[in-house]
Design a protein around this ligand. Structure first.
Ligand code: GSH
Length: 230
């Protein structure tokens, strides 16, 4: 009611799409979800994101918005009257939240993808090391941003929570496959507690993909890649 027409072009396993679904769910914005086949992209996707041809794309009253971090900030502004804000009110607090949101893409995500798809074992090991360092840095950021509350956004989940939360399903899937704990309660107690609190939110549960399905998807993609390389 009153949101206008909201459509999201997505792919169920995409952590970038999940960010947007989390934000819409937390704010309580109703929307139509359209699943894309990325091997055979729809005309609507190619027309809406002609530069990258990637999901997510949010289409609001016929106007497309691309890039997950841009979409999240758009959602906060365009639906300011609906549900809680993702960004805090104070300009400096907003800047800090945006800083950590970018850090998650620039450092954590880059390092993690190098850890899993680096060209050499050395490259992978370096990615793993950098990802671990980024997680440690985020533990410190959580301490400062949350001021003793459960989320980066304080009492409720905000921009940084949604950015990291989008990766959470894949963190769980990766942990299950490797038998590790990325957000270890002994080394990163705040992030471990954060993950539990975030997963327990009703709005989050409603959109999180099943970890088992992601594991299956990862195995299928990996054997695909191995077959292609052979
Ligand atoms: N920086 C983009 C964002 O944050 O939205 C990344 C989006 C992205 O990589 N999307 C992938 C995609 O659409 C799915 S996870 N890939 C299709 C392609 O590259 O052709």
């Amino acid at each position: 009611e009153g949101n206008g027409e909201v459509k999201l072009l997505g792919m169920w396993a995409s952590p970038f799409v999940l960010r947007v679904r989390l934000a819409l769910s937390l704010k309580g914005v109703r929307y139509e979800y359209v699943e894309e086949d990325l091997r055979s992209k729809s005309a609507l996707l190619l027309k809406s994101n002609p530069v990258h041809g990637k999901v997510p794309v949010l289409i609001h009253n016929g106007e497309p918005v691309c890039e997950s971090l841009v979409i999240l900030q758009y959602i906060d502004e365009a639906f300011a009257g609906v549900g809680p804000s993702l960004l805090p009110a104070d300009p400096h607090d907003r800047a800090v939240a945006r800083f950590w949101a970018s850090y998650i893409d620039d450092k954590l995500l880059k390092a993690s993808s190098q850890a899993s798809s680096g060209k050499t074992e050395e490259e992978k090991a370096e990615g793993k090391k950098q990802a671990a360092a980024a997680v440690e840095t985020l533990e410190g950021a959580l301490k400062e941003c949350s001021k003793g509350k459960p989320f980066f956004g304080g009492d409720s989940a905000g921009l940084v929570d949604v950015m990291l939360g989008g990766l959470l399903a894949w963190v769980h899937a990766g942990d299950a496959m490797k038998g590790v704990k990325t957000f270890d309660p002994t080394t990163t107690p705040l992030l471990a507690a954060w993950a539990d609190s975030f997963d327990a939110l009703e709005a989050v549960e409603a959109v999180m993909p099943e970890v088992g399905k992601l594991v299956e998807f990862a195995m299928a993609t990996m054997s695909h890649g191995a077959a292609a390389a052979a």
